[in-house]
Design a protein around this ligand. Structure first.
Ligand SMILES: [Zn+2]
Length: 307
């Protein structure tokens, strides 16, 4: 079932679980992820970043593949989302190529400018039936140690104003995680009180944790309990694929390439299953029901809480 992040995350926020958001840069990874979501009966969100699409995973190829898989796995809500869109050309590219949602990242702009730019994209998204995520505070880079810089954490009162003025469906917050790989052995300190305060200030609005990779299982479980509804985890998928490839070739240097790819797909599937467990979304696909309708840019389902 192909839908947008707003439709998926409103149900998650109402029922107190999170949805895994991760990046399917090729067929094996995409299929492994969707298989896991289907087996767990969990909604899932697929992210593609601007550079990811420039360098390798072209939306013209990846989005139709995801939508074909969504047609195959009709009982699982699936959304696609441009990740950290800030280049107008890339945002239009995402619109043209059938994304169901856009994350607009204006987090490096001053507060008022972030609001006005995000609202503009949010209005555009909603007029075409797409979901929209904004970011307030700034989720930085793990290699720079940004996760420790509390001056870039999200302020709860600002979050309330931002959500009211922009009309976003989901808010990405900075609460102690960062993008990419943390230094070896380091697990970030997440400010769970800050998550609870933002959740309360925004009246239960869906909020997203970026930089889930390497954040530690216990941290993710506690973050979801505190109010997170979308967990972005990208780096760890690629780390896992590289490590598994190395292991399979070491075990059998003559392994046929197709066998290697099939084993990678299986590995992605079991790795994603573990992350679905952390988000508490197992079995939650049953809370969604589909009402098909034709969209202008993308075939969408308007879905609601079946309860
Ligand atoms: Zn991010």
């Amino acid at each position: 079932m192909y839908t947008d992040i707003g439709s998926i995350l409103r149900v998650a926020a109402k029922n107190g679980f999170a949805v895994l958001a991760t990046s399917p840069i090729n067929m094996e990874i995409a299929r492994g992820m969707i298989r896991a979501a289907s087996e767990k009966q969990a909604p899932i969100i697929f992210l593609l970043g601007q550079n990811m699409m420039r360098q390798h995973a072209k939306a013209e190829i990846v989005i139709p593949m995801i939508r074909a898989l969504a047609d195959e796995y009709t009982n699982v809500p699936i959304a696609t989302c441009l990740d950290h869109g800030n280049d107008p050309e890339r945002i239009m590219y995402a619109f043209r190529n059938g994304f169901s949602s856009i994350m607009y990242d204006g987090s490096l702009f001053p507060f008022e400018e972030n609001i006005s730019k995000t609202k503009e994209i949010a209005d555009l998204c909603h007029s075409f039936g797409l979901g929209i995520e904004g970011e307030l505070g700034h989720v930085g880079i793990a290699a720079n140690g940004d996760e420790k810089d509390e001056s870039i954490y999200t302020d709860p009162d600002d979050a309330r104003l931002f959500v009211e003025k922009t009309g976003v469906d989901c808010l990405a917050v900075a609460v102690g995680t960062a993008h990419g790989e943390y230094p070896h052995g380091m697990i970030p300190h997440i400010n769970f009180d800050r998550i609870r305060m933002i959740k309360e200030a925004t009246n239960g609005m869906p909020i997203a944790l970026h930089g889930g990779s390497g954040s530690g299982d216990e941290n993710i479980i506690k973050a979801v309990k505190a109010g997170i509804n979308k967990v972005n985890m990208v780096t760890d998928v690629f780390v896992q694929c590289t490590a598994k490839t190395r292991e399979l070739i070491a075990d059998d240097p003559k392994i046929p390439y197709m066998d290697l790819m099939m084993k990678i797909e299986d590995h992605v599937s079991s790795f994603i299953s573990h992350w679905i467990d952390l988000t508490g979304s197992e079995g939650m696909a049953g809370k969604y029901k589909a009402i098909d309708r034709m969209g202008l840019l993308t075939r969408k389902c308007r879905i609601g809480d079946s309860e």
